[in-house]
Design a protein around this ligand. Sequence first.
Ligand SMILES: NC(=O)c1ccc[n+]([C@@H]2O[C@H](COP(=O)([O-])OP(=O)(O)OC[C@H]3O[C@@H](n4cnc5c(N)ncnc54)[C@H](O)[C@@H]3O)[C@@H](O)[C@H]2O)c1
Length: 448
Amino acid sequence: MQVNIPSFTSSFDGQVIIIGFGSIGKGLLPLLRRHMPNLSGITIFDPSSRNASIAYAYGANFIEISITEENYEEQINKVAKDKTFIVNVANEVSSFDLVQLCSEREWLYIDTVVEPWPGTYFNSNLSLEEQTNYALRKKLLSLRNILPTHSTAISCCGANPGMVSWLTKTALLNMAKQYDIDTKRPESREEWSKLMHDLQIRGIHIAEYDSQVPKFPKKPNQFLNTWSPMGFVAEALQPAELGWGTFEEDFPINGNRFEDKDAPAIYLNDPGGKVEVQTWTPEHGKHPGFLVTHNEAISIADYFSLFNGEGELVYRPTCHYAYRPSDVAIESLRELFDDRQTKMQDEWKVLEAEDIATGNDELGVLLYRTDNSAYWYGSTLSIEKTKILVPHQNATGLQVTSAVLSGMMYAINHPAEGLIEAEEMDHVECLYVQSPYLGTIAGHNTSL
Ligand SMILES: NC(=O)c1ccc[n+]([C@@H]2O[C@H](COP(=O)([O-])OP(=O)(O)OC[C@H]3O[C@@H](n4cnc5c(N)ncnc54)[C@H](O)[C@@H]3O)[C@@H](O)[C@H]2O)c1
């Protein structure tokens, strides 16, 4: 197999603090060593030492401790230097508090999900609305007006949320060519939404099919997944949620609008792990996927909204995740819902690259038009290629870690943009860095 290992480097000479050293943290580390050779140091916080030997092998300082609401400032201050980049890839470590801390100290920041402190995902005392990603995102973005400095903090910059927003923009430009829409590359949010509107895009699926197969079967009372089982269970139990577009005529019977009438999204009474939608990916054609809540369903619908001169909404695409996890993850999810009444299994595990026999992760955006024609654009990355490209991760992991790397390069090159989301970043610059790690990137025409 012909694989080119990318060798670009950044001159950033500050230090990186990684919070959380699970599948994403440990997958990111070799990429940082490859592409950021001048770092003054890397410090990792994680309460579990199961991956500590990987940290040491890459010359990182590993601190076996849980970052909490009570200790985060003290622990981070102990190791931070003037020039610091904080990477938050732990479950339930607050993005809100870390963004504030980083802005105060003029440090760079990135995460892959808007994470709260413990008490949101698995807390039945909260209302459904309070458990949504809309609520988490809204609280985080409220910081924009009050952060003390403009140091760049990138929210939700993994594969999805993250990379899929960059793919959406490329897909729009490809479609414009296909439909002979004369356009230069849009430069503002308004120009991008106008292009999407002119292309008559009714909605967007974040369409992912994970066909990675482990070398062993799932045991009873075990949750197997290709990324955080805890993260997946958390989002599968949150209410299903979707960006709600202007083309929608029938409101779902189990749907709810947010108290904020301008919210670009709605949520359902059912958890995302129980709601299935039909979607499409190139290798697997039409198939069902879970409508699990994700930040990008809201941020994409929000970003590509078009308003008239009076500030009235005239166009918004519907947007949601349509996730077909690996077979063993589906089996794990069914056990969780059907046999365990949503009580998490006692054992859980992320499949390592060497645990996986075959398969790939197809992750792209499916833009469908008012005439039901559709265009999928995305990455198909096999486990075989992943193993050659970089160690310590599977195909799903590499789609995420390469997006984090790309986001970090962006923040280093644009250090004073304040709190931003993936839609607000230059998609060409970001995909240029990430593409060598994405396997085959291609567009396909289809229909819904
Ligand atoms: N945007 C995306 O595309 C994307 C994709 C995959 C994962 N994610 C997110 O990335 C994060 C990490 O995912 P993962 O697959 O690496 O999860 P994981 O479960 O494999 O690892 C999480 C790690 O965080 C550690 N941790 C938990 N609480 C901590 C705390 N308080 N302080 C320090 N460390 C703590 C755990 O011990 C574990 O090692 C999650 O938030 C997940 O939802 C995002």
